[in-house]
Ligand binder design. Structure first.
Ligand SMILES: O=C(O)CCC(=O)C(=O)O
Length: 249
């Protein structure tokens, strides 16, 4: 049985992550795989940055309903994007990522409301993620620890491998301790997209949306996309037809 939005929020607050099953349809997955293959030509790094400006197929996912509704329930209505990247890890390349957290903004002592996230990352997995493909590893509840994770990929008590089917999304709190195991599958690729959402009061020093498509969307796109790409400074109205503007994306 599917969970209510309130139950999803409660689980996220407790664990620091939540798996959104079937966030993408099989058709979307197959299109996005083709686009990731096309834009990744020539890259040898793990991450392919600024994918909104590389292909328009990545734009609608900014406001993909099953993720975007939950994101706003968790972060409030004025969320922005920090970055949007892709990875394509070919067989034999491995490319693990050691323990880290994405937000290093850490008050000490922690305020009572510290589940409140500065950022939440959404990883869309375009391939089934098995143990061989190198799952995301998380330490549930570590977003409330107030501590940094150890370096490397050493075993941590309570750690969990997060398996996913193609099209699932995993959203995780910026302070959650997480890592990614290597892709050791002999023949299959591991492809994923990362949509990192940020509180609007945490302006980034680096603009990851400096390309022409991003600039046009920020100037004249649907309201929520303008907001996500950083059009507004400080307080601003949310127009009554903001949701309707997303209907044709
Ligand atoms: O690829 C993954 O499963 C996780 C990548 C990661 O650690 C990150 O995006 O911060």
């Amino acid at each position: 049985m599917s969970m209510t939005l309130e139950e999803q929020v409660e689980q996220f607050k407790r664990d620091g992550y939540f798996v959104v099953k079937r966030a993408l349809s099989p058709e979307q997955v197959s299109t996005l795989i083709d686009r990731v293959i096309a834009i990744s030509e020539g890259f040898t790094t793990r991450e392919i940055p600024d994918i909104i400006d590389r292909d328009e197929a990545f734009v609608p996912l900014l406001v993909n309903p099953p993720v975007f509704h939950l994101m706003r329930a968790l972060m409030g209505p004025k969320v922005q994007m920090e970055s949007v990247n892709a990875t394509r890890i070919k067989p034999g390349k491995g490319m693990p990522v050691g323990w880290h957290m994405d937000s290093h903004v850490y008050p000490d002592p922690l305020p009572p409301y510290w589940y409140f996230p500065v950022s939440i990352n959404c990883a869309y997995y375009l391939d089934e993620i098995t143990l061989e493909k190198g799952p995301l590893v998380v330490v549930p509840g570590s977003h409330l620890s107030g501590k940094n994770p150890p370096d490397g990929l050493s075993e941590i008590e309570g750690q969990i491998d997060v398996m996913a089917e193609a099209g699932d999304a995993v959203i995780f709190h910026g302070a959650l301790w997480h890592a990614a195991k290597p892709n050791v599958h002999p023949t299959e690729e591991r492809r994923a997209l990362y949509y990192n959402y940020l509180q609007s009061f945490c302006k980034n020093r680096v603009d990851n949306f400096a390309g022409e498509r991003s600039r046009q969307l920020r100037e004249s796109g649907p309201f929520y996309i303008q907001q996500l790409l950083g059009k507004f400074d400080g307080w601003h109205e949310i127009p009554a037809d903001a949701e309707e503007q997303l209907a044709n994306l």
